[in-house]
Design a binder for this molecule. Structure first.
Ligand code: FAD
Length: 828
């Protein structure tokens, strides 16, 4: 006689078991009992049908009982709830929910895949008609009906986990006002606090009223609405509440049948997914599994593990003896325009287990681009990797716009095969500019992590800065002065990396140094310079200022939040004011488009500056860019220029901004104290590049800039073509020996017979930094005053005709007069 298998639960785990079982054995009698109306529905898609991204409800129903029966010859019984299990008699008691008939069904093997259920704690007022949970099709239908019929405007989601955040996004897509209340100090528990800060910023940017570190005290219905009183005393009055504060295993049946459960109510199974009863298997959200990394017991409710366990259970029923190898918790979620993903352990898990940073594990944050920076669509991501001191990867978390899914899957796969950070270096991953970089982000993790572990580049974290500072460490900012002006770590000193070798004398070798740049790359170079010059204790800040600033600003650390390039403008009072200003948009307005995609900071802002220079007040510029910094930079810039950002955001591919040209000239122009002057004395390629970067940046901020080229500096502004000019002996010797124009300039260091200059120019090209020649042109176009020193022209025998167009001749008095009205005066 053939075997009879009864399966409880007809969705992820149950349906997978049934289908695989039939493929394994054509003769087994299979009965699948499901208390709900549907089997195999896409519960992961429910929030997206509410929000309208999945338009057809039927698309969520992956199988009907009839079709499943026809294909797999499984007796599918929906609306049939199992009430109890009699292990002695090997029967289950079932209630047909349509007829109320209760009957008994015998089994040879029983499979439990009853899933989990949303937690609904006994909070006062929780039974209000305005409060919903989301776990199945019925719940989804109820929410949609409520929104349609009750004129819903204001909503609140309680709980910032996957489902809560997905619901916040989908309610927002319906143009509803959304508040999200989370008891912890961060949303998305699988990622760490530092990784969550960018998510918070992004949600606030989308106008979600995000309330952290606060829980619900009670609910109270008031005139058809629901008042939510929080533990802090804060109150919200909303039309609808989605409760999504976690799930618990549906293990009541197993418990009553005397099966072994863990403390959290999870059904205990062995590696074959067998319970303590040799005739009963269990799987999915309801069971306790082994954590792949820690090898400890855990409960991780996810669809992937449930589906894979279904296959294992079916194989074991027919005697194939397959084992479940553990869950590592790989998960991913869309948070508006961001993607958030993780695998393995996070730092919170490690700390809970008593592990210590630098002793038991290390963390690394890098900000690689999703694809080659020079190809459109390259977005930086925040990529955190956690590994032990032998290099074994313990976990990874990524937050970004593009390519996050691919990267997390590579990390999850590497971990599955016991990979180390050393293995990441060697991974050969697919590369072409639209898809990745020749050194893929995972390779970069490998390179950087190796440097950390072998002491080439020791790293510290953002949260260690205060203690190190208190301990006497010097915090050294090696970004450009221009970048530092936009925000820096408190009490740090700024020496640009390219100037560091010249300024080593001002640093004390006996002190401890923490170096930082924007993301960590220049910090690494600077660290090596100090180390090679005998500095003993030097660290690089992991993730650089990007991570530091994002974390301190968004976690409300006002003492440390100094940046105007903050990834969340909510802490900037100027921007707040601007955001709140009533907008008057003239529909008749003349609009222009500007595509600044692919340009690296400050390229997009400079492009906007140039374009708006030709526009009239009241006209509007629509800009697109791929540099994420553009989002906050454009608001800051517009504000400083008397323009107004009417709209800005991310359309899934690019950042966009709609900027209205203001009527008034920028205030700074009339403020002479804001001018910038510089003497360009050197004709070194690197110094010339630096001087034009600063000049163009300042010009884009609306400052008046004067560059005074003297002595060797004159070579920078010479034409490239040879001129047939009559010169006496010494000037003609000078002409022959000195560089003729910017293309012939040499690097101050590492020139290496011209290879160094070529490398720098190649790197500038790769990173989308304009060439020196382009920068010179931009400076002239932006109205930078380029003055050639009369006196040194005479001494060096340089003729006016040898200089590029747009250069004025002037003496020291011209320069000094400009200098009197400047607040920055550089000698380069
Ligand atoms: P389920 O798929 O929940 O199936 C259990 C079934 O058993 C239920 O239909 C239930 O009605 C039935 N049942 C319970 N008791 C009885 C009984 N006594 N008699 C008969 N039938 C019974 N996971 C991801 O990995 N990624 C995601 O993006 C994701 N998004 C999600 C979004 C939402 C809105 C929801 C609700 C879940 C999401 N999940 C996601 C979780 C994922 O759906 C679950 O981990 C997975 O479905 C668990 O499978 P399971 O078989 O254990 O339970």
């Amino acid at each position: 006689m053939s075997k009879k298998v009864v399966i409880i639960g007809g969705v992820a785990g149950g349906a997978s078991t049934a289908a695989r079982l039939r493929r394994n054995d054509e003769n087994i009698e299979i009965i699948m009992l499901e208390k709900g109306k549907y089997i195999s529905f896409a519960n992961c898609g429910l929030p997206y049908h509410i929000g309208g991204s999945i338009q057809e409800r039927d698309n969520l129903l992956l199988q009907t009982p009839e079709a499943f029966n026809q294909r797999f010859n499984v007796d599918v019984r929906v609306l049939n709830e199992v009430l109890s299990i009699d292990r002695e008699k090997k029967t289950v008691e079932v209630k047909n929910l349509e007829t109320n008939e209760v009957y008994t069904e015998a089994y040879d093997t029983l499979v439990l895949s009853p899933g989990s259920t949303p937690i609904q704690p006994p909070i006062k007022g929780i039974d209000s008609e305005n409060i919903f949970i989301l776990w199945n099709m019925d719940h989804m239908d109820q929410i949609i009906e409520h929104i349609k019929t009750k004129n819903i405007k204001k909503t609140a989601v309680i709980g910032g986990g996957f489902i809560g955040i997905e619901m916040a996004e989908n309610l927002h897509d319906l143009k509803l006002d959304v508040s999200l209340v989370e008891m912890a100090d961060q949303v998305m528990a699988p990622v760490d606090f530092d990784m969550a800060q960018g998510i918070h910023a992004h949600m606030r940017d989308k106008n979600v009223n995000l309330i952290l570190s606060d829980g619900v005290n009670y609910f109270e219905d008031v005139n058809g609405q629901t008042k939510i009183v929080l533990n802090s005393g804060k109150e919200l009055l909303v039309d609808m509440v989605i409760l999504s504060i976690g799930v618990k295993a549906q293990s009541g049946l197993a418990k009553n049948a005397g099966l072994t459960l863990n403390q959290r109510g999870g059904i205990v199974v062995d590696k074959f997914m067998l319970t303590n009863d040799p005739s009963i298997y269990a799987l999915g959200d309801a069971v306790e599994i082994e954590h792949f990394v820690t090898k400890e017991q855990a409960m991780i409710p996810l669809a992937g593990p449930a589906n894979k366990q279904g296959r294992i259970v079916a194989d074991n029923i027919v005697g194939k003896k397959t084992t479940y190898k553990g869950t590592q918790g790989t998960s991913i979620a869309k948070v508006f325009d961001l993607t958030v993903a993780n695998t393995g352990l996070n730092e919170k898990d490690l700390k809970r287990a008593g592990k210590e940073l630098h002793k038991d594990y290390e963390t690394l944050i890098i900000h690689p681009k999703s694809n080659a920076g020079y190809y459109p669509g390259a977005f930086p991501m925040t990529f955190k990797t956690i590994f032990d001191l032998e290099g074994k990867i313990l976990g990874a978390q990524i937050v970004g716009y593009n390519g996050v899914d691919k990267r997390i899957d590579v990390m999850a796969t590497a971990m599955r095969f016991g990979g180390t950070i050393y293995d990441l270096k060697d991974l050969e991953l697919a590369y072409a500019p639209p898809f990745s970089s020749a050194k893929a982000p995972e390779n970069m993790v490998g390179f950087t992590a190796e440097n950390m572990l072998n002491g080439v580049c020791p790293m510290v974290n953002w949260h260690e800065i205060d203690a190190l500072q208190a301990d006497g460490a010097v915090i050294l900012d090696v970004r450009t002065a221009e970048e530092a002006e936009l925000g820096a770590i408190k009490d740090s000193i700024n020496i640009e990396v390219d100037d560091l070798r010249n300024k080593l004398g001002v640093l004390d070798k006996n002190k401890k140094y923490v170096i930082y740049c924007a993301v960590g790359i220049r910090g690494y170079i600077a660290l090596r310079i100090l180390k090679e010059n005998g500095f003993k204790e030097v660290y690089n800040l992991t993730g650089g200022y990007s991570t530091y600033n994002c974390v301190v600003c968004n976690s409300g650390d006002d003492d440390h939040c100094t940046g105007t390039t903050c990834c969340n403008d909510v802490c900037d009072p100027d921007v707040q004011k601007e955001l709140q200003m009533p907008r008057q948009i003239n529909t008749e307005v003349v609009e222009f488009d500007l595509n600044a995609c692919g340009l690296a900071c400050p390229g997009p802002i400079r492009a906007v500056y140039q374009k708006m220079g030709d526009m009239n007040p009241g006209e509007v510029l629509n800009v697109t860019a791929t540099d994420p910094g553009f989002k906050s930079d454009i608001r800051k810039w517009a504000h400083s220029q008397g323009n107004e950002v009417l709209d800005s955001g991310f359309d899934g591919k690019t950042f966009y901004a709609k900027v209205l040209k203001g009527g008034e000239a920028p205030k700074h122009d009339s403020h002479p104290g804001n001018n910038k002057t510089m003497v360009v004395f050197s004709d070194d390629l690197d110094r010339a590049i630096a001087s034009f970067i600063i000049a163009n940046g300042a010009a884009a901020m609306g400052r008046k800039v004067t560059m005074f080229f003297t002595f060797w500096g004159l070579n920078v502004i010479k034409k490239h073509e040879k001129m047939n000019l009559k010169k006496s002996l010494i000037p003609s010797m000078f002409s022959k020996m000195l560089p003729r124009g910017s293309k012939q300039l040499k690097l101050s260091k590492m020139h290496m017979g011209g290879i160094g200059s070529k490398m720098i120019r190649g790197l500038m090209n790769e990173y989308n930094v304009d060439s020196l020649e382009m920068m010179i042109k931009q400076a002239i176009d932006a109205g930078v005053n380029i003055i050639a020193c009369n006196m040194s022209m005479d001494l060096m025998g340089v003729h006016e005709d040898e200089l590029i167009e747009g250069v004025q001749l002037g003496g020291v008095a011209t320069y000094l007069a400009e200098g009197e009205e400047a607040d920055i005066n550089l000698f380069i």
